[in-house]
Design a protein around this ligand. Structure first.
Ligand code: NAD
Length: 274
C-alpha cells in the first residue's frame, strides 16, 4: 500500500484514552524490545508505551520516511536508547541480519513484537492474484517465522514474543480473505510455539486488534469504508493505537508471567447473538 508520511499526525484522533499523563512504572526497565512496523500506527504506540516503561527500543519498518524519525524522537523523550532499521522483514536474510544488528547495537534482546503487516482488500475472491497472496503471506506470517527463529537463540527466561493478530482471524472478513488467513495462522503459530518453548521460560502471546485508526486504514480502504470504520462494533467507534499499547506492555512485563499461548482481544467488543 502507499505510505502517506506524516498522515498519522494529521489524523489527530480525539483523545479518548488519556495516556499523556501516565509516565510509566519501570515495568520494562533493563529490557530491549524489537518492534516491527514500529514506525507507524500500532507499532509506534507500542514503542512509545515500552519506552515509558524503561525499555530500550529498536524499530524495523519497510521504507525510509519521516514517521520513523518522529517515532525515534518520541521514544527518546523518555530517556531510553532507540535505533531504527529500514528493512523488508518478509525476506529471511533481512530478518537474520536485523537481529544481528539489534544485538550489535544493544547487546541483548528481550521482547520481540512481530507487528509488521499488509492488507490488500478485494471484494472478489477470484481477483486475489498469486502475487498478492505471496506478498500478504510473506509480510504477515513468513516474517514472523523468520524473525522469531532468528531471535529465540538470544532470548532467555522471562523474555517475551508478542504477535499482532486481528479481529479478522476470529470473525472473518469477506474482502480480506488472504489477510484474515494470515492472521488466523498467527493464532495457531502463537499457541504452538508457546508450547514448544515454554520450558525455556519464554512466553509467546498475541494481541488481536479490532478496527484501529492508523495509516493502514485510509491507505487500503475506500472513503466509504473508512467512514464506516469501527461503526460495526458494540462501542460503535474505532480504537486508537494508544488504547492497544497497554495490552502489549502487560504481555511483555512480569505482570503476565503465567500467560502464554493466548490472544488478548482489544476490539470494541464482540456482538453477542442469542
Ligand atoms: P501501519 O500501516 O501504520 O503499520 C504497518 C507497518 O508495517 C508499517 O510501519 C510498515 O513499515 C510495516 N511493514 C509493512 N510491510 C513490511 C515489511 N515487508 N518489512 C518491514 N516492515 C513492514 O498499520 P497498523 O494498523 O499500525 O498495522 C500494524 C499491525 O496491526 C499489522 O500487522 C496489521 O495487520 C495489524 N492490525 C491492524 C488493524 C487496524 O485496524 N489498524 C486491525 C487489526 C490488525
Amino acid at each position: 500500500q502507499d505510505r502517506q508520511p506524516g498522515l498519522e499526525s494529521e489524523m489527530s484522533p480525539e483523545p479518548i484514552y488519556d495516556d499523556e499523563n501516565y509516565k510509566g512504572a519501570g515495568k520494562l526497565e533493563g529490557k530491549v524490545a524489537l518492534i516491527t512496523g514500529g514506525d507507524s500506527g500500532i507499532g509506534r504506540a507500542v514503542a512509545i508505551a515500552y519506552a515509558k516503561e524503561g525499555a530500550n527500543i529498536a524499530i524495523a519498518y519497510l521504507d525510509e520516511h519521516e514517521d520513523a524519525d518522529r517515532t525515534i524522537d518520541a521514544v527518546k523523550a523518555y530517556g531510553v536508547e532507540a535505533q531504527k532499521f529500514a528493512t523488508d522483514v518478509s525476506q529471511v536474510e533481512n530478518c537474520h541480519q536485523l537481529v544481528v544488528d539489534v544485538i550489535g547495537e544493544f547487546g541483548q534482546l528481550n521482547v520481540l513484537v512481530n507487528n509488521a503487516g499488509k492488507q490488500f482488500p478485494k471484494d472478489d475472491f477470484l481477483e486475489i492474484s498469486p502475487e498478492q497472496l505471496r506478498e500478504t503471506f510473506e509480510t504477515n506470517i513468513f516474517s514472523m517465522f523468520y524473525l522469531t527463529q532468528a531471535a529465540i537463540p538470544h532470548l532467555s527466561k522471562g523474555d517475551s514474543i508478542i504477535n499482532t493478530s486481528s479481529v479478522t482471524a476470529y470473525r472473518g472478513s469477506p474482502e480480506l480473505i488472504d489477510y484474515s488467513s494470515t492472521k488466523g495462522a498467527i493464532t495457531s503459530f502463537t499457541r504452538s510455539l508457546s508450547a514448544n518453548i515454554s520450558e525455556q521460560g519464554i512466553r509467546v502471546n498475541s494481541v488481536a486488534p479490532g478496527p484501529i485508526w492508523t495509516p493502514l486504514i485510509p491507505a487500503t480502504f475506500s472513503a466509504e469504508k473508512v467512514g464506516q470504520h469501527g461503526g460495526d462494533t458494540p462501542m460503535e467507534r474505532r480504537g486508537q493505537p494508544a488504547e492497544l499499547a497497554p495490552a502489549y506492555v502487560y504481555l511483555a512485563s512480569a505482570d503476565s508471567t503465567y500467560v502464554t499461548g493466548q490472544a488478548i482481544h482489544v476490539n470494541g467488543g464482540d456482538f453477542i447473538t442469542s
